[in-house]
Every structure is written in structure tokens, then in C-alpha cells.
Design a protein around this ligand. Structure first.
Ligand SMILES: Nc1ncnc2c1ncn2[C@@H]1O[C@H](COP(=O)(O)OP(=O)(O)OP(=O)(O)O)[C@@H](O)[C@H]1O
Ligand SMILES: [Mg+2]
Length: 228
């Protein structure tokens, strides 16, 4: 069974007099634990697809099933709880809370869920990501690579089933980007998390097990599909 499956997803935006077709009839599924890159030119719909798969945005039509349940059948509150508990998000811009220390940022989703942090698990994450000695700094005092590793720890703090990452290495230099990506892959594999990674960087995409290529809102290629 696929952990995440979408069918006939369409997304249109009104843009003045005209309509932008950001996604056109996308049907695709993801296995538990799979590492999949989504690539394609700017404007091809990568972020839109990621946001809809992650329940951050509604499609114009079509469904997204998480463990066979339709995301958009939940009300807003239920959907945000599901997102917080089962999904993790990493964005290009890190999106850390500037007033909180790195450690407080990592714990945020757990505390928002009114749960007690699992100290052991959090220390394991912190160690895997190599951020032990940065935990009590504010984000402003951290390098981009360090901030992104904190953001990854935060995204994994609730033990999500799926990690969605949109250009997570986009603001990092080539070397740091590679390191962050290896860490993402490593923790994903260690924890059996499904990783859906948007990137326009071919070198990064090629490190994934599967590559989906979007063109103009459609799937132009999917490396997991047999060519006909
Ligand atoms: N909120 C919005 N309102 C109107 N049009 C939008 C909106 N969001 C996205 N679009 C349009 O939808 C299309 C797909 O956008 P999307 O952001 O998904 O592309 P992308 O592949 O992520 O591009 P990039 O690589 O530049 O991030 C683009 O034509 C974009 O202009
Ligand atoms: Mg984008």
C-alpha cells in the first residue's frame, strides 16, 4: 500500500484575465520509506505539488490520500493536527523562530502538540545532525548549514511519516548543500521516513532513489515507471 497517493490533481490560479494551470491531472503515489526527488524548471509546479501533497494548500480538483484517507475530508483543525504529527516540512528559507534558541525551535512542534519531548530521541537526532554544540544559540548566530540542520531536526522532532523538503539546499553553498542532503537521506533511511524532495539541482536529484520530472504542471518523467 502506498503511504501517500494523489489522483487527478489539478491546481489553477486566476491571474488577471487569464488562468495559470500550475498542476494538470497529476496522479502519483509514494511508498513508505522511499526517497523521491521532484525536479523541473522554475514554474513547472514543484512547490505547488509539494504543498498540496503536504496538506498546506487545497487543489482545485483531485484528491490526496494519506494512508488511504482523504486529506481534504478533514477540517482545518484536524488537518493541521495531522500535519503536525505525521508530516515534517523543510523549506529553503529555514523558517526558524528568531527569538527562540536552536533547541527551543527543535522542540516547538512537540510542545505545540502538548507532548513531553522524548529526550533520548531528540538527543539522537541532534547527534545525527551534528548540532550538539549549537543548541543554545539563536538562529541569527548560526550559519546557513547549521540553521538548516536545526530545521531538519525540528521537522523530525515529532517522528513524522513523511518529510517534505522544498529546495532545502537552495540557500547553501555546494559543499554544505551536499552535506545537508546526505544527512537528510541518512536520517530518512535510519527512521524509515518517506522523503519528498523538491530541487532544481540535478546533482541533488540524482542522489534520490526516484526522480519525478515536472514540466508545465504535468509529470514528464518518473524514473520508477517502466518506459513504454
Ligand atoms: N499563489 C499563486 N498565485 C498565482 N499563481 C501562482 C501562485 N503560486 C504559484 N503560481 C503559479 O503556478 C505555477 C507553478 O508555481 P510553483 O511555485 O509550483 O513552481 P516551481 O516549480 O516551484 O518553481 P520554482 O522552481 O521557481 O520554485 C507558476 O506559473 C506560478 O507562477
Ligand atoms: Mg518552488
Amino acid at each position: 500500500m502506498k503511504i501517500l497517493q494523489c489522483s487527478s490533481l489539478n491546481k489553477t490560479y486566476a491571474s488577471g484575465e487569464s488562468t495559470v494551470h500550475a498542476l494538470r491531472s497529476i496522479t502519483v503515489g509514494f511508498e513508505q520509506g522511499e526517497i523521491c526527488a521532484v525536479k523541473g524548471p522554475s514554474g513547472s509546479g514543484k512547490s505547488t505539488l509539494l504543498h498540496i501533497l503536504g496538506g498546506l494548500e487545497y487543489p482545485t480538483s483531485g484528491d490526496v490520500l494519506y494512508q488511504s484517507k482523504n486529506l481534504f475530508a478533514y477540517n482545518d483543525n484536524q488537518l493541521s493536527i495531522l500535519r503536525r504529527r505525521r508530516f515534517g516540512f523543510v523549506f529553503q528559507a529555514y523558517n526558524l523562530v528568531q527569538e527562540l534558541t536552536a533547541y527551543e525551535n527543535i522542540l516547538l512542534p512537540v510542545l505545540l502538540d502538548k507532548k513531553k519531548p522524548e529526550e533520548k530521541y531528540i538527543s539522537m537526532l541532534v547527534e545525527l545532525l551534528g548540532i550538539q554544540d549549537r543548541l543554545h544559540h539563536l538562529p541569527g548566530a548560526l550559519s546557513g548549514g547549521q540553521q538548516q540542520r536545526i530545521a531538519i531536526a525540528r521537522a523530525l522532532a515529532n517522528k513524522p511519516a513523511i518529510l517534505f523538503a522544498d529546495e532545502p539546499t537552495g540557500n547553501l553553498d555546494g559543499k554544505t548543500g551536499k552535506e545537508v542532503l546526505s544527512l537528510l537521506k541518512y536520517v530518512g533511511k535510519e527512521m524509515g521516513v518517506t522523503l519528498i524532495l523538491v530541487t532544481h539541482d540535478l546533482n541533488i536529484a540524482e542522489q534520490a532513489e526516484r526522480i519525478i520530472t515536472l514540466e508545465d504542471g504535468s509529470i514528464a518523467q518518473d524514473s520508477s515507471r517502466q518506459e513504454v
